[in-house]
Design a protein around this ligand. Structure first.
Ligand SMILES: [Zn+2]
Length: 318
């Protein structure tokens, strides 16, 4: 087997990120536990392949144990909205950056949670068994020589570590949220602006958001899944992609990144606004002068998009 060189160019990282689920050579759909190979071919071209195709690699950068993503990736053209106050809109334009909030700063106390505390005992006993099994059944070539007591102690330690990591993750995970919808939403105008008359919404697409952030393989963009935490848990890797059913109306698509060093409550990630902003809408309650103001601001920041009035203002007939 080739030595891994750990040489990961941006092209290779993007290639494997954008084609996470299948071998680019034969199309094999990876199953959990398969090995995916990242490397370079004859002409130093980046390759992302399965075991059977790995002989085509001249250089192996790294091999991964394939794990499916804990979220669904939306289609390229999926429409995404972000509703905001006037000041946030100006801040977006002037900073040319998207603000990612540290997940322990969200109002939702369940952000990043794996379950409800009253059900924790069941979770703990499940993972305690899981860890004990893993310790007792090491990979081929190794033998477990620990006593029952030592196994118990080790499993308890791993469980504790998982708990501490869970809390820590919140301080290292940063999220930027979008609302998935083909149409404008009256409810979202009300929810995401503190002063309804001066609210703005921008519309983009999954592709627009991904490309505006520079096709960055460190930013995961996916659909939040809403689960009933009375009956379910979020798995150790799923916690930031699951929310309680009570939030289903948000239809959230989130962009998520991890930063181990950042101590701030949020991070500004540079963004190409021309790629991001497909449309700008003003609130259905905005006065006429507000529309002019937003148009003026767009001109000042070289945003070539003309502001649309809320489509909720169309006149009915009977
Ligand atoms: Zn293959």
């Amino acid at each position: 087997m080739q030595e891994m060189t750990h040489r990961l160019t941006m092209d290779l990282r993007r290639l494997s990120f954008e084609n996470h689920d299948s071998c680019l050579s034969c199309g094999h759909a990876f199953q959990e536990g398969d090995t995916s190979h990242l490397g370079y071919g004859e002409n130093n071209e980046p390759l992302y392949v399965c075991d059977s195709c790995s002989s085509s690699l001249k250089e192996t950068a790294i091999r991964h144990y394939y794990i499916p993503r804990p979220y669904e990736t939306p289609d390229q053209e999926t429409k995404l909205w972000r509703y905001m106050d006037f000041t946030k809109y100006v801040s977006l334009l002037s900073s040319k950056a998207i603000y990612f909030t540290r997940t322990d700063c969200f109002e939702d106390l369940f952000e990043g949670a794996k379950g409800i505390r009253k059900n924790k005992e069941r979770w703990d006993s499940y993972y305690l068994e899981f860890f004990k099994n893993a310790i007792m059944n090491p990979p081929e070539g190794y033998v477990c020589e620990l006593s029952e007591q030592e196994i118990e102690k080790d499993a308890q330690r791993l469980l504790k570590e998982m708990e501490v990591n869970g809390e820590d993750h919140k301080k290292r995970t940063f999220v930027n949220c979008w609302h998935e919808n083909e149409h404008e939403s009256e409810a979202m105008w009300r929810l995401y602006s503190s002063y309804l008359a001066n609210a703005v919404a921008i519309r983009t697409s999954y592709k627009g958001l991904y490309e505006s952030l520079g096709r960055n393989p460190s930013v995961n963009i996916g659909r939040v899944e809403y689960i009933d935490l009375n009956k379910n848990y979020a798995g150790p890797n799923d916690a930031f992609w699951r929310k309680r059913k009570s939030f289903e109306h948000e239809r959230e698509i989130r962009a998520l990144l991890t930063d181990l060093k950042c101590k701030e409550k949020g991070k500004l990630i540079p963004c190409d606004l021309d790629l991001l902003i497909e449309d700008v809408f003003v609130s259905p309650h905005a006065p006429e002068w507000f529309i002019h103001l937003i148009n003026d601001i767009n001109v000042k920041y070289s945003i070539k998009i003309k502001v649309s009035k809320s489509q909720l203002l169309e006149k009915p007939f009977f």
